[in-house]
Design a protein around this ligand. Structure first.
Ligand SMILES: [Zn+2]
Length: 341
């Protein structure tokens, strides 16, 4: 008998898709219910991340020891997985940025890794549990049946990929070896591989040209909890992640596309491309705001105006903890002058 859903045949992997989408819906409802409940409270970003990890993620990842190994773990394809799209939606929601902002930049701003890595951790622990269960249990029987045909078991294949591709399943499934697997080390290795992928991927994303120069450490950005003014913090995030309307960005949109050299600043007569560096460091329109704020920066960082462009840009975009609040004020003042005044 063939099972169908909305007229489509359900294959074993298809039914997993339906289950994963149902989990996403459930987790999504929980996320928005929490948001509705606390609509009048500004929940700090760290607390939001805790809520996601402790409340939302367990709902979304239910049974991921089983369906997780069936999913595509290459990072480019994983980003389209329903559970990761939920994760990206959450990151955008708490950063208050638009949907078109690249997922890899939103995660990086919060120092978060793709949920595929958490799935790997759960799968490894589950596999170890099966291998080390007493021989008279069903768990042990399940492990034995997988060992008979490891190439057909997605869980075995994932464990092999993560541990040592040179070993066979028999090598690593011996109980003594299974109990010695260092899960934390394997997961750290996965995170390091993701960071390499992130570095290479961002080199190909012209939208993240500015972000690449300021983002030095893959961790939760300090300004997200030191800048108290939510509006100013939100504006700073937007300029860091290129979610703004400078000519450089506007000219990238399909409806108003222009070659990079024609994305000229319309607010001054220099004829320069309106990049983040031009907006924050050179454009005449904001010279008064710049003068006032640069004096304040100079009091905290002596010799501030003589720093090179990359360093200045990094400080002005909140990369340095001690001046993050001042940076948020400066960027917000320029933004108001440009887009509102
Ligand atoms: Zn200008």
């Amino acid at each position: 008998m063939k099972y169908t859903y909305l007229g489509l045949p359900i294959t074993p992997s298809g039914s997993f898709c339906l289950a994963v989408n149902a989990l996403k819906d459930k987790a999504c409802r929980a996320l928005y219910a929490i948001r509705r409940k606390f609509w009048n409270i500004d929940i700090p970003i760290r607390i939001w991340c805790k809520i996601f990890d402790c409340v939302i993620q367990p709902i979304a990842m239910y049974g991921s020891e089983i369906w997780g190994p069936l999913s595509e773990h290459s990072y480019n394809r994983w980003d389209k997985h329903p559970i990761e799209t939920l994760h990206a939606e959450f990151c955008r929601l708490i950063l208050k940025i638009q949907k078109k902002t690249p997922t890899n930049a939103c995660r990086a701003e919060l120092g978060r890794y793709p949920l595929a890595i958490n799935i790997q951790k759960r799968a490894l622990k589950f596999w170890m549990h099966l291998q080390t269960s007493p021989t008279d249990t069903l768990h042990s029987e399940a492990a034995k049946s997988q060992a008979l045909n490891p190439e057909k078991s997605h869980l075995c294949q994932l464990v092999l990929r993560l541990t040592d591709p040179h070993l066979t399943h028999t090598d690593i499934s011996q109980t003594s070896t299974a109990s010695k697997l260092n899960v934390n080390k394997i997961i750290q290795n996965s995170k390091d591989k993701y960071l390499d992928h992130w570095q290479n991927e961002t080199k190909t994303q012209s939208k993240l040209e500015c972000y690449r120069t300021i983002k030095t450490n893959y961790e939760l950005e300090e300004y997200l909890f030191t800048v108290r003014d939510i509006k100013q913090r939100q504006i700073l995030t937007k300029y860091r992640l290129s979610d703004h309307s400078l000519a450089l960005e506007k000219g990238r949109r399909r409806q108003s596309w222009l070659p990079r050299e024609q994305r000229i600043c319309a607010h001054c007569t220099t004829g320069e491309v309106e990049t983040e560096a031009h907006f924050l460091l050179q454009c005449d329109k904001y010279s008064k705001i710049r003068e006032a704020h640069f004096n304040k920066f100079n009091q905290v960082i002596p010799g501030f105006p003589d720093l090179n462009t990359d360093k200045l840009l990094s400080i002005l975009l909140g990369q340095q903890g001690q001046t993050a609040t001042l940076a948020a004020k400066y960027v917000s003042a320029c933004h108001r002058q440009r887009d509102i005044a």
